[in-house]
Each structure stands twice: as C-alpha cells, then as structure tokens.
Design a protein around this ligand. Structure first.
Ligand code: NAD
Length: 260
C-alpha cells in the first residue's frame, strides 16, 4: 500500500506511546489519522497537531467503537489502515500471600476479564468493524483493500511472573492473526501482529530509573529500550509491503524475558 493523503488510518491507543509514534509516522506521509483513545486531552492535542481527528473510545465498549468509526469515517473517510495499540497491563500473581496477614489471595477475575476485554476482545472488535467498513471500498491499484496491524507483546511467548492475564490476552492476539488474515484474504485485506519487547513509552515511564536501566541491560543488542518510532517503522513496513500477511513479528533486540 502506498502511504499518502488518499489513505486514512485508525489508530487505537493513538494518544500515547507506540500508537502516538505510529500516528506521527503515518501522518508524516500525508495519511489522514483518527485516534481512538480514553485520554481525550492528549488525543485531542495530538489530533490537532497532525490535522487528524480524535474519537473518545474505550475499545472494550461495542457502542463506543461503533461511534468512533462513524465519527472517523465522517471526518476523514473510510480507513484502509487499522493499527491496534490500545492495551493495559498490571502484574498480579495467580495466587499470592498477603505480606502482612499471610492470607491467601486469588487473582481477581474482574481484573483478568478487564485485561482480556481490552487487549484481546478490544482488538478483535476493532478488526471486525474496520474490516466491515473496508469491504465497502474498491481495491486500490495494487489490488489491496486494506491492512491491519495489531500489537501483542513478547509476553505472548515468554510471559513473566504476574502476567497471566496480560500474557493470555496477548497470546490470543497472536493466535488470531493467521486465521483472521485467512478470513480476510478473499477481500484483499492483510493482517499482521507486532510483539514488542521493552519500549520506552509513558507505560514504562512510571518505572524507576534503576528498573529501566536493569531492563535495558537485559537486552542483548542494542542494550537499550526500544524507541516508539522503531515500532512505528515496523508498522510502516507491514502496511506498505504487500507480501507481509498473517505474520507475528517480534521486535525486541533479541531479548527473551526471564521469569521476573
Ligand atoms: P501507553 O500507555 O503509552 O499507551 C497506551 C494507550 O492506550 C494510552 O493512550 C491509553 O489511554 C490507551 N488505552 C488504554 N486502554 C484503552 C481502552 N480501553 N480503549 C482505548 N484506549 C485505551 O502504552 P504503550 O507502551 O504505547 O503500549 C501500547 C501497546 O503496546 C499496548 O497494547 C501494550 O500492551 C503494548 N506493549 C507495550 C510494550 C512497552 O514496552 N511499552 C511492550 C509490549 C507491548
């Protein structure tokens, strides 16, 4: 797919981190961007800067996602690109002992369901609604109708202690990539997924300097955290290279996560 102003894109989680970098990179080619996010303040400001549109969307809500696509399409046209970046984490062990009382504590199911609801169900919800819209368009000159990129995590393959819900949600995204690519192949829509390692985003900015340094030291090469624009570069490749389809790509400086 050629990236220019004839193309529109929806980026979920587009107000921050990897989604923001993706929006910036796509917009630098003239692509019209719509940002779906919970964070209206950052989202509005970035959309204004990029000449795009902000849509207040919780990807776990069917109604909000439907309204988001309606708003985006009314303002910048039917998207040919969807990049799913919205995601949440937060470590909780399957069972643990309360430090003070010694009481046995189970992983709260509502937290497990929320994590899977945002990361996995939210991703699939946006894929199917976006693909349904893409089907209303004619294919472009290269025969392609659209391209979708999802964000999993290396935790899908080497989840750490406390990541049961997060790893399961991200493994689910890896699990659906090939089958959805096959589902959409007759309609000329490609689907790929990126598994980021450790990236320097506001998500990680909450960690202390020593934690960040220790994480960077674990990366074989380069010995640093990933830059958000390096993620965006791979999104650009996956969208623009027409032979990439049904693939899960680790982007991690060769790190394999230790148990903790
Ligand atoms: P981030 O916190 O900087 O950005 C995430 C954005 O998603 C935020 O703007 C947030 O408001 C939005 N969001 C959260 N829940 C949402 C919801 N229900 N609906 C709509 N928007 C929602 O984080 P990031 O590091 O840019 O993470 C982006 C994605 O990359 C996530 O899916 C995350 O799991 C994944 N990831 C990040 C890393 C990393 O090291 N940063 C590593 C592996 C995977």
């Amino acid at each position: 797919m050629k990236l220019d102003s004839s193309v529109s894109a929806v980026i979920t989680g587009g107000a921050s981190g990897l989604g923001e970098a993706t929006a910036r990179r796509l917009a630098s080619h003239g692509v019209k961007v719509a940002l779906f996010d919970l964070d209206a303040e950052r989202g509005e400001a970035l959309a204004k800067e990029l000449g795009g549109v902000f849509c207040p969307v919780d990807v776990s809500s069917d109604d909000q996602v439907t309204a988001g696509f309606a708003k985006a399409r009314a303002e910048i046209g039917q998207e040919r690109i969807l990049v799913n970046c919205a995601g949440i984490g937060g470590p909780v062990k399957t069972v643990s002992r309360d430090r003070e009382t010694g009481a046995i504590v189970e992983f709260p199911m509502d937290k497990f369901e929320r994590t899977v609801g945002v990361n996995l169900f939210g991703t699939f919800r946006c894929i199917k609604k976006s693909a349904a819209g893409m089907l209303t368009l004619d294919p472009m000159d290269d025969g392609e109708r659209g391209a979708i990129v999802n964000t999993a995590s290396v935790a899908a393959e080497d989840g750490q202690i406390g990541q049961a819900a997060y790893a399961a949600s991200k493994a689910g995204i890896v699990g659906l990539t090939l089958t959805v690519a096959r589902d959409l192949s007759a309609e000329a829509i490609r689907v790929n997924t990126i598994l980021p390692g450790i990236f320097d985003t506001p998500l990680l900015g909450r960690a202390s300097e020593s934690v960040r340094a220790s994480l960077a030291a674990q990366v074989p090469f380069p010995k640093r955290l990933g830059k958000a624009d390096e993620f965006a570069q791979v999104v650009e490749l996956l969208v623009s290279c027409g032979y990439f389809n049904g693939e899960d790509v680790r982007l991690d400086g060769a790190i394999r996560m230790a148990p903790r």
